[in-house]
Design a protein around this ligand. Structure first.
Ligand code: M6R
Length: 613
């Protein structure tokens, strides 16, 4: 949700910032801008739309310097436009600021500043910041003190970077509730970076420090100072950057989403190899909870958003069925505000790919305010959610750039499955034989996913049909009810076709009214206990002339015969089947969006990491 990048050093500034912004475009892409300092003077270029439109404005010669900041925006206050694009400046243009987050008291600040004569040119909350810093400087403070005093007056969430003509060799920054990192290039390069996320500065940056909430300070070429309040950090933890360039590039794939779909066999293998040993013992070495605590948990509440919640709904069934643990799964945004009755023996589980989702983070704060312990499943161990949880499980999916979550989803489901088996051993619930059977089965998952990925023909045929529909329904039961929700979410978010997921049994209680020749149903019918019941749902659709696309276990001729289209998946027991049924649905969404000419990696109105509530 907005991306920030800052650079101070000898490299061509517009290209470092531009490359950085392109890598951050997944965080928001409705407008973009860059401010640079050259000969103690700030110049700015901004543009509405994606970074490519900004790039066209940078061709003019002379737009370079030694320090600069850039921003890619996901609009909160004020429509996407050049006027509202960041960086924002004070009236003389001597201070430029980029900001990710929301300044909640901006109306009060704006009124106060307007009374002092400050004139606002945009509709953003951000514009208050350069004016506020300016007013502090006008009152006689130096830039450092003015910056600090200004950020003390801001309420809300922010990551901020600021350049100022009076101190041209520094880029000031502050972090409070929105991600920000500071980094350095090769020792010889004498350069420093700021960014919302690592991909923006790979491969140039070699070492990183992850800023914490309340941190502020400045970078200079090759160095930095960080403060927490008025206290300067004496020892700053600086770590090597381990992510490789190929992990944050598309390679030969047309889109990040497709690359990430195809990474799934390897990621599943990695998780299996690291979590399960040859004696079928499961390990979560990074997770700090002791068995004694885990054995006494009386209830679990999973709270997450979007795709992560869909994974959580499957996790709920795992914990209930394998551990006999009462488990709820809730939208973070509802959990946070509905003031649930929760006993002290409840474990709150957060699930988040980014680790920065504001709703999920707020849910964690709510849990902690109730003195509950929090376990989070995250794909970024340095994220806010990871830091604020009592214990963390690493999803090990690697950077996910496509806005539509794919590999993080299957990593979440697999990690939740393994965690529930781990818990069941501590709580002595699952019979040994059943555990062995499930773990033996899961070892074939990577090759089974790979086999689905090799057979694109039926999937592309379905997508070719779907590209012309305006509405689609997804049906599934028990473990695959969440798969239906996830399939619908994938299709609607990247192809803009209206899609809803329903529990198969619930379908006849209302949604069936939607069925017509123009509204197809994608029905998930793996083998298992609920297959027969799901076939009944399928027949209900058929009887009303609805088109049927089924996802079936290989060789299920009965369902093939009553389907207009079908995709076969290998056989896997029902609880594990969502890990396979997800793959054709991801691909169907992908190809449908491509055939409709949609921007798959950057769907309209969305951002990868939703850092506002
Ligand atoms: O980073 P998180 O897992 O917390 O993100 C949660 C949702 O915003 C995310 O899953 C969203 O629904 C995706 N666009 C779905 O593909």
């Amino acid at each position: 949700m907005c991306g920030i990048v800052g650079y101070i050093g000898n490299k061509s500034l517009d290209s470092v910032l531009l490359v950085g912004l392109k890598k951050l475009e997944y965080r928001g892409y409705d407008s973009a801008g860059i401010a640079i300092l050259n000969n103690d003077e700030i110049s700015i270029r901004k543009s509405k739309g994606k970074i490519i439109s900004l790039e066209e404005k940078l061709d003019a010669k002379g737009f370079d310097g030694h320090a600069g900041i850039g921003h890619t925006r996901w609009a909160t206050h004020g429509e996407p436009s050049t006027k509202n694009a960041h960086p924002h400046t004070n009236s003389t243009g001597s201070i430029a600021v980029v900001h990710n987050g929301i300044i909640e008291n901006y109306v009060e600040l704006k009124n106060m500043l307007s009374e002092k004569g400050y004139v606002f040119v945009s509709e953003t909350d951000t514009e208050t910041i350069p004016h506020l810093i300016d007013s502090e400087i006008q009152s006689g403070k130096d830039v450092k003190q003015a910056f600090y005093d200004a950020i003390q007056k801001l309420e809300g969430k922010f990551a901020i970077a600021m350049i100022c003509e009076i101190e041209p060799d520094r880029i000031y920054f502050a972090r409070n509730g929105a991600p920000l990192i500071a980094a350095f290039g090769k020792k010889s390069a004498s350069e420093s970076f700021l960014a919302s996320d690592l991909p923006a500065i790979i491969p140039l940056a070699k070492e990183v420090t992850y800023l914490k909430d309340g941190d502020w300070g400045y970078i200079q070429a090759g160095t930095l100072e960080i403060y927490q309040g008025e206290k300067k950090y004496e020892n700053i933890k600086i770590e090597p950057i381990l992510i490789k360039e190929e992990e944050v590039n598309k390679g030969d794939y047309a889109h990040f989403m497709l690359k990430e779909i195809y990474e799934q066999p390897d990621i599943m293998q990695k998780i299996i190899d690291q979590r399960i040993d040859s004696n079928n013992r499961i390990f979560f070495n990074e997770m700090l909870f002791q068995n004694d605590y885990l054995s006494k948990i009386g209830r679990v509440i999973i709270q997450a958003c979007g795709t992560s919640l869909n994974a959580g709904l499957i996790g709920k069934l795992y914990l209930e069925n394998f551990c006999k643990l009462t488990t709820d799964a809730d939208f973070s945004s509802e959990f946070r505000y509905r003031n649930p009755v929760i006993g002290g023996d409840t474990l709150v589980v957060g699930i988040s790919q980014s680790g920065e989702t504001a709703d999920t983070l707020a849910g964690i704060h709510e849990a902690k305010a109730k003195f509950l312990k929090v376990l989070s499943f995250v794909n970024n161990n340095n994220s806010s959610i990871a830091r604020e949880s009592n214990a963390v499980i690493d999803l090990m999916a690697g950077p996910e750039i496509g806005v539509a979550s794919t590999k993080a989803y299957t990593s979440e489901v697999l990690s939740l499955f393994l965690f529930s088996i781990y818990m069941s051993a501590i709580r002595w619930v699952l019979p040994k034989e059943e555990k062995k059977q499930l773990l033996d089965e899961i070892k074939s998952l990577p090759s089974q996913i790979a086999s689905i990925l090799k057979n694109l023909e039926p999937i592309q045929e379905i997508s070719n049909y779907l590209k012309d529909v305006s509405s689609a329904l997804f049906l599934g039961r028990t473990y695959n009810y969440a798969s239906a929700l996830e399939g619908a979410l994938k299709l609607k978010e990247i192809s803009y076709i209206h899609a809803s997921g329903y529990a198969g049994g619930e379908f006849k209680h209302g949604p069936i009214a939607l069925i017509s020749e123009e509204v197809p149903s994608i029905v998930i019918v793996p083998q298992g206990e609920i297959r027969k019941k799901t076939i009944s749902n399928l027949l209900e659709v058929r009887a009303r002339k609805g088109k049927i696309i089924s996802i079936i276990t290989k060789g299920d001729d009965e369902v093939k015969d009553i389907s207009d289209f079908f995709v076969e998946i290998p056989e896997l027991s029902e609880p594990l089947s969502p890990l396979l049924t997800a793959i054709p649905m991801q691909l169907i969404a992908y190809f449908t969006a491509v055939y409709r000419g949609c921007d798959v990696d950057k769907p309209r109105n969305l951002a990868k990491s939703v850092t506002v509530e």
